[in-house]
Design a protein around this ligand. Structure first.
Ligand SMILES: [Ca+2]
Ligand SMILES: [Ca+2]
Ligand SMILES: [Ca+2]
Ligand SMILES: [Ca+2]
Length: 372
């Protein structure tokens, strides 16, 4: 039945003794020709049939001729780019025998004549089929464990993929869009209508053209936006040193460094002085030295193991000797501000605390910090 001419007209496509036409599915090709899959009975057995008005008048074909099986559902038909038919259907030995020859099958005339394939053994109902721009088939289905899956021969051989698990019902419907992305409608148990797609989506909440997660469909490419709440922060931004923000989403820029000399008085009258030159790109030649008059503590770094810097404050870690004895480790905190500050913690070779002085303002000298 169609209103293609402006008014509804009905046609009888196939008829005869027995049942014709149940479990049918319809698709229209690129020339507006109509293709219908359906069943016809022969005693207790059913055959898969296919009718089309491709040659302007209606013709029908028997797709399955195997008298040992009965086609129990013709779930779905899809037409490909070449206007060839793809049909998914289910078989049993006959309707009284649910256990024998219970297969999910696929038939296509893509090669010019009908070929059938067995895709799955067991009871699978209410499947759906669609084809992509390469004439490959995609079939959504719910296996007996009530998950949602689809199978496709897109790679050249059949493979199946799980989309959703749990009680996701027993029906699904699939469509392929012009970009060959998959869209599936399905039911969640008895309660919810659900939709699944593998469509590439750019999730760009701050509108800077970079997504998180990164996605090739984003205007500025697949690089990940490290801050989706700030459009000024993105992989294409220019780094502004010492503003406390990784503006360009690259922790390696700018290269973290701290240098300078200064002293203060952690306790009145006892001077502590620090000399430092640490650069993340040349840790091997970096150093830090500290001398505290109160207990004549002299720390000399033997290796710098790391530096991080943000907002004008650098944290330097390393190992060194204290008054000539090796095996100590330290963490220095140095800020370039008004005033500059410095603090230091030293641990003994066994990891226990040896010395600690909190960050305090320097009395004289200057540190220069470069970081995020
Ligand atoms: Ca963004
Ligand atoms: Ca951003
Ligand atoms: Ca950066
Ligand atoms: Ca910055």
């Amino acid at each position: 039945m169609t209103n293609a001419s402006g008014v509804w007209i009905t046609y009888t496509i196939d008829s005869g003794d027995g049942y014709f036409g149940d479990d049918n599915s319809i698709a229209v090709d690129s020339n507006n020709k109509v293709h219908i899959s359906y069943r016809r009975s022969d005693g207790f057995k059913y055959f898969l049939k296919y009718a089309t008005n491709l040659s302007d008048s209606w013709a029908n074909y028997t797709v399955t001729t195997d008298s040992t099986i009965s086609v129990q559902d013709t779930a779905s038909i899809a037409m490909d780019v070449n206007n060839k038919a793809h049909i998914i259907y289910r078989t049993e030995t006959e309707y009284t025998d649910l256990t024998t020859n219970n297969y999910l099958k696929y038939a296509t005339n893509a090669s010019g004549s009908w070929v059938t394939y067995t895709l799955f053994s067991g009871e699978i109902y209410r499947t759906s089929i669609a084809t992509d721009s390469n004439n490959k088939a995609y079939i959504s289905y719910n296996p007996p464990n009530y998950s949602l899956k689809y199978m496709t021969n897109a790679s050249g051989s059949w493979a199946n993929y799980t989309i959703d698990e749990g009680d996701v019902g027993s029906s699904s419907s699939i469509a392929i869009d012009l970009n060959d992305n998959i869209h599936i409608g399905y039911s969640d148990g008895m309660s919810d209508l659900k939709y699944a797609t593998n469509t590439q989506q750019c999730i760009d909440n701050d509108g800077d053209g970079y997504g998180n997660p990164g996605n090739a469909s984003c205007p500025n490419g697949s690089v990940t936006d490290c801050d989706e709440s700030n459009p000024a922060v993105n992989p294409g931004a220019t780094e502004t040193p010492n503003n406390g923000i990784d503006d360009d989403c690259n922790p390696a820029t700018p290269v973290a460094s701290v240098s300078g000399n200064a002293y203060n008085y952690p306790i009145p009258l006892f001077r502590a002085s620090m000399s430092v030159n640490v650069n993340a790109s040349s840790l091997g030649t970096s150093y830090l030295r500290y001398y505290y008059t109160r207990n004549r503590l002299s720390l000399v770094s033997t290796s710098i193991t790391g530096i991080s810097a943000s907002g004008g404050t650098a944290t330097v870690t390393g190992a060194g000797s204290v008054n000539g004895a090796a095996g100590y480790t330290f963490t220095a905190t140095i800020s370039d501000g008004s005033p500059d500050t410095m603090g230091l913690e030293i641990k003994k070779p066994d990891g226990t605390n040896y010395f600690s002085t909190s960050s305090q303002a320097v009395i004289s000298g200057n540190f220069t910090v470069v970081g995020q």
